[in-house]
Design a protein around this ligand. Structure first.
Ligand code: FE
Ligand code: FE
Length: 190
């Protein structure tokens, strides 16, 4: 089954408050721009962006049930619930929206945490999520500047800002994010 872009948009929009939908529109537009700039597929990047936060406003119980029943990585349950909507969203994209494109599903799955060996699609959606026009946090303009010439430089700065925030709040840091950052630095020869 392949639902049309419009049908998917309407279905996803209904899962979240208008404010989060505005964010999703921003991520869609920015993903298209980054795909064009860095040689990705704008149509598939946009599809991942449409769906990336589909589970963001689901209840903790509903997400936890899917993580347990579908045997998503159990380590998620030991970390911040904010991380859960990404792998749960990938599951929903596949099961409820019939998305079969593994790169699209992975871009949804890893948009919050990152991972080692991020694909071009992963990088586009993850970075778009940091810098879409509605985002406003310390350092976002620096990340936008870096994103003009390098996905990797933009993402490293994005992960740095996330890690710095977690450090300042004495929160746990999800290991995959540290791994993702280290891997990107390595990719740039560092
Ligand atoms: Fe998200
Ligand atoms: Fe998002």
């Amino acid at each position: 089954m392949n639902r049309s872009r419009e049908a998917i948009i309407e279905a996803v929009r209904g899962q979240m408050p208008e404010k989060r939908w505005a964010h999703t529109l921003g991520v869609m537009q920015t993903s298209i721009e980054l795909a064009v700039r860095f040689g990705g597929d704008p149509t598939r990047a946009e599809l991942a962006a449409i769906l990336h936060d589909v589970a963001k406003y689901w209840s903790t119980d509903r997400m936890e049930r899917i993580i347990r029943e579908e045997q998503l990585p159990a380590i998620l349950l030991e970390h911040d619930k904010q991380l859960w909507h990404a792998p749960v969203g990938a599951f929903v994209a596949e099961q409820e929206f019939g998305i079969m494109d593994v790169e699209v599903l992975d871009a949804i799955r890893y948009h919050t945490s990152g991972r080692v060996q991020m694909t071009l699609m992963d990088k586009i959606v993850c970075l778009a999520d940091y810098i879409e026009p509605g985002r406003d946090f310390p350092g976002v303009n620096n990340i936008r500047q870096l994103a003009n010439h390098s996905l990797e430089e933009g993402l490293i700065a994005g992960f740095d800002s996330t890690i710095e925030l977690l450090l300042s709040r004495r929160k746990r840091i999800f290991p995959l994010t540290i791994d993702a950052r280290n891997d990107l630095i390595q990719q740039l020869g560092g």
